[in-house]
Every structure is written in structure tokens, then in C-alpha cells.
Design a binder for this molecule. Structure first.
Ligand SMILES: NC(=O)N[C@@H](CC(=O)O)C(=O)O
Ligand SMILES: [Zn+2]
Ligand SMILES: [Zn+2]
Length: 428
């Protein structure tokens, strides 16, 4: 199969045709070869396929909220060609067999490369290490380990996990939430507003103490730690310091923490209930700057679909989490590109190259757009204005915090190894 992409603008600003043959970029420049299919790309940006370090696909166990297939659809529509599927499923992805099952479901769906994340501890209980080595050696080749949803709170367990994954170049992605400072009911950034609303507070320091501890454990073990969903200016300071010391740490920020703020909670709408919580404007500004200057390496969605019967409750009882896959690129375009904080090369870096490298997927994903490279590509209309409609989503869930919001930027097409998964903004 051959596809000609005509007149696309690359991340660096050069405009070119691009011929894809047999899953690979075969020609760049002015292409005169005939192709079976042509995509007109005037005024559009061509990016390496997006890679999401943090997705909840809910299968097995909560197929009423999302499945590997429906989540893969949402990912493709969002411009993704690879996603890391978090381990907090039922049962938990804490064995090689469980990881291979998720991996196989992803291949069967065939829309994005679904790479399972392995649990750090058995059943996410925080006590006994899961089968890290067996998961790494399995067909799924697990490299990212996380108890996400829960923090690996025991420092000794975290230390052992870091020592263990070092042997095969793995990384521990930490959900940084000290449960003694922010317990299970904590659901609103601790401050004046949490007091006024009467919601249990989740102070930024509950995140920061874990980030600080973990970078020291990474230094001590010579291993690699990744900070999931960084949400405070204080965490940014710690990561910036740790990187300056040469500590092997990377960090991600979610689209919602780049734009949404605590004051959205005044209406008690559980759509805005998420872990870590939405923070005040000072934190949001610090996160944007850190993403622009490279302190934060990647944007990761933390796509967290929830069924109506888990989300539509009084605020304190509702599930934590919000959708993210289909809106990440428009949010980043609106927040980072329109403001001049990132150019398109920067977007390619934080949404594709860096996450691919962190996850060890950089043989296939997040590659430069060059002849001979796998054709994992995303075509974006950088000027399109979209009003998000939660009912237009291909996700099974509707907990969409972007509903009715006007954003700039739209994914026009996605190609996985040369095969279009999305064309004209819809599933191909
Ligand atoms: N982010 C959330 O609020 N929820 C996530 C878990 C997590 O990422 O911590 C979920 O699994 O629903
Ligand atoms: Zn988390
Ligand atoms: Zn998560």
C-alpha cells in the first residue's frame, strides 16, 4: 500500500511531500511517483505519531468504562500511535501473562501500539514486588512499572523496585501522593477554596515530599524514576534541581493540569475531580514554563474513563479521573503553541520523541520524519477551531472536562506503520 502526503509542513517548518510505502517513509521532497491514496496536507503540520505514557484502558475488569478497543479508537482519533496502558485494572497487570493479554488485545484492536505498564507491587498493595523480571522478559517486553492510582509509599519497596528495574533498563513511574498527608478522601487542592467548599484538602506538599524522596532514591540506586502527572510548582523545583545534579529523572504533565484550575470545583461538578487535584494558577504557570524549558519532559494524558454510575455522585463520593486522549493535542496547541511557549518541534518532542524514549519505544515511535523510518505519523490542522462535544467522543465514557470548550488545533489523520487509522478527523 502506498500513500502520498502532499505539501505537509514538518515540525521544523520545511514543507514537503512524503511518500509512504509498505509502512515506511520512502521519499521526501517533491514526489512525482503515483500512489494508491493521496492526502492533501496544505497548511497542515506532520508530526511523528504521538505517544502517551499514561492511559487507563480499563480492560480487564471495567469494560463498562473503556476497553482496549474503544480506548485505542480514542487514542487514534487523538493522533496517538502508541499508548502505555496503566496496570490498575481488575485483575491488576502484575504478571507476565496479564501483561501479554493486554499487549495481545492491543494488537488485535490494531489501531495503536498498546504497551502494558506492569505493576510495581502485587495487587498494587504496596508490599511485595510484582514479577518485574518476568514481565520484562515476556512477549510484552514491559519496561515501565507503576502502581498508578496508588503511591509506592514504602521507601524500602521503592528502593528495591528501582534496583530491580535497573538491570533491564526499566523505569518506575510514580504516582506521587503521600497517603499520610493526602489520604483516600482528599479531593480538592488544599487552600482557601477547599475550606470554603468543605472538601477534604490535598496539599501540594503531599506530592512534593514523594518526588523529593524518589529522586534521592534514584540517585542512591543509580536507577531511573519517572514522575507521573506532576501538578505543583514545588515538584517542578525538585525535578529541576535533580536534573541539574545528573539524577536520572523524567516527568510528565497532563493537559488538564496545564489549563484547568481549582476554581472549577466551585460548582461541585465531579467531572473536575481528578488525582492529583486541579491546582491554582501559580502552579499551572510553573508547569507550562517547566514543559517549555525541558524540566518536564512529556505531556501524558492520564486518560481515566469512568462509567456514569461511578462518576455521577456527590463530589466526595465520585471516582477520580477525566478523559484526555482525544483532546490532548488541541489543549497543547492552545496552551503552549498559541502562547509561543512551544513551537511544533517542541510539541513533537514532548508528545512523541520524549515519551517514546522514556518508555523504551524509540526504535519504532517518536522517530524523526526521515526516509527509511516507520510511518507512524500524525497530521494536524494547527489553525482549526474546535468546540469539544463530549457526545462526539469515541470513548465509552463521558467524563470529559473539556465539553463545550473552544480549543485550537485538530488531528486530521493518523497513520500506524503506514496504515491510516484516522482520516479527515474520523476513524478510517
Ligand atoms: N487520575 C485519576 O484521577 N484517576 C486514575 C488513577 C491515577 O492516575 O492516579 C484512574 O485510574 O482513574
Ligand atoms: Zn496517578
Ligand atoms: Zn493514572
Amino acid at each position: 500500500m502506498s500513500i502520498l502526503i502532499k505539501g505537509a509542513t514538518l515540525p521544523d517548518g520545511t514543507t514537503t511531500d512524503l511518500l509512504v510505502e509498505d509502512g515506511t517513509i520512502a521519499q521526501l521532497g517533491a514526489v512525482t511517483t503515483k500512489a494508491e491514496q493521496t492526502i492533501a496536507a496544505d497548511g497542515l503540520r506532520l508530526l511523528p505519531g504521538l505517544v502517551d505514557l499514561h492511559t487507563h484502558l480499563r480492560e480487564p475488569g471495567r469494560e463498562d468504562a473503556e476497553t482496549v478497543l474503544t480506548g485505542s479508537r480514542a487514542a487514534a482519533v487523538g493522533g496517538y500511535t502508541a499508548v502505555l496502558a496503566m496496570a490498575n485494572t481488575h485483575p491488576v497487570t502484575d504478571t507476565a501473562e496479564a501483561a501479554e493479554r493486554v499487549f495481545d488485545l492491543g494488537r488485535q484492536a490494531g489501531l495503536v501500539d498498546v504497551q502494558p505498564v506492569g505493576a510495581v507491587t502485587k495487587g498494587l498493595a504496596g508490599e511485595e514486588l510484582a514479577e518485574l523480571g518476568l514481565m520484562a522478559r515476556s512477549r510484552a517486553k514491559v519496561r515501565v512499572f507503576s502502581d498508578d492510582g496508588k503511591c509506592v509509599h514504602d521507601a524500602r519497596v521503592m528502593r528495591r523496585a528501582l534496583e530491580y528495574v535497573k538491570a533491564f533498563g526499566g523505569v518506575v513511574s510514580q504516582h506521587s501522593q503521600d497517603p499520610t498527608l493526602a489520604g483516600a478522601t482528599a479531593c480538592c487542592h488544599e487552600g482557601e477554596l477547599s475550606g470554603r467548599l468543605g472538601l477534604p484538602g490535598w496539599p501540594g506538599v503531599a506530592e512534593e515530599v514523594i518526588v523529593a524522596r524518589d529522586v534521592m532514591l534514584a540517585r542512591h540506586t543509580g536507577s531511573r524514576v519517572h514522575v507521573a502527572h506532576v501538578s505543583t510548582a514545588g515538584s517542578v523545583e525538585v525535578v529541576r534541581w535533580a536534573k541539574a545534579q545528573g539524577i536520572d529523572v523524567t516527568a510528565e504533565v497532563t493537559p488538564h493540569h496545564l489549563l484547568l484550575t481549582t476554581d472549577l470545583l466551585t460548582g461541585y461538578d465531579p467531572t473536575f475531580k481528578v488525582n492529583p487535584p486541579l491546582r491554582p494558577d501559580e502552579d499551572v504557570q510553573a508547569l507550562r514554563e517547566a514543559l517549555a524549558d525541558g524540566t518536564i519532559d512529556a505531556v501524558a494524558t492520564d486518560h481515566a474513563p469512568h462509567a456514569r454510575h461511578d462518576k455521577e455522585h456527590a463530589f466526595v463520593d465520585a471516582a477520580f479521573g477525566m478523559l484526555g486522549l482525544e483532546t490532548a493535542l488541541p489543549v497543547v496547541t492552545t496552551v503552549m503553541v498559541e502562547s509561543g511557549l512551544l513551537d511544533w518541534a517542541g510539541v513533537a518532542r514532548v508528545m512523541s520523541a520524549n515519551p517514546a524514549r522514556i518508555a523504551g519505544l524509540d526504535g519504532e515511535h517518536g522517530r524523526p520524519i526521515a526516509v527509511g523510518e516507520p510511518a507512524n505519523l500524525t497530521l494536524v490542522d494547527p489553525a482549526a477551531k474546535v468546540v469539544v462535544d463530549r457526545d462526539a467522543s469515541v470513548s465509552l465514557s463521558r467524563n470529559n472536562p473539556w465539553h463545550d470548550r473552544k480549543l485550537t488545533g485538530r488531528v486530521v489523520a493518523t497513520l500506524l506503520r503506514g496504515t491510516p487509522t484516522v482520516l479527515e478527523g474520523a476513524l478510517a
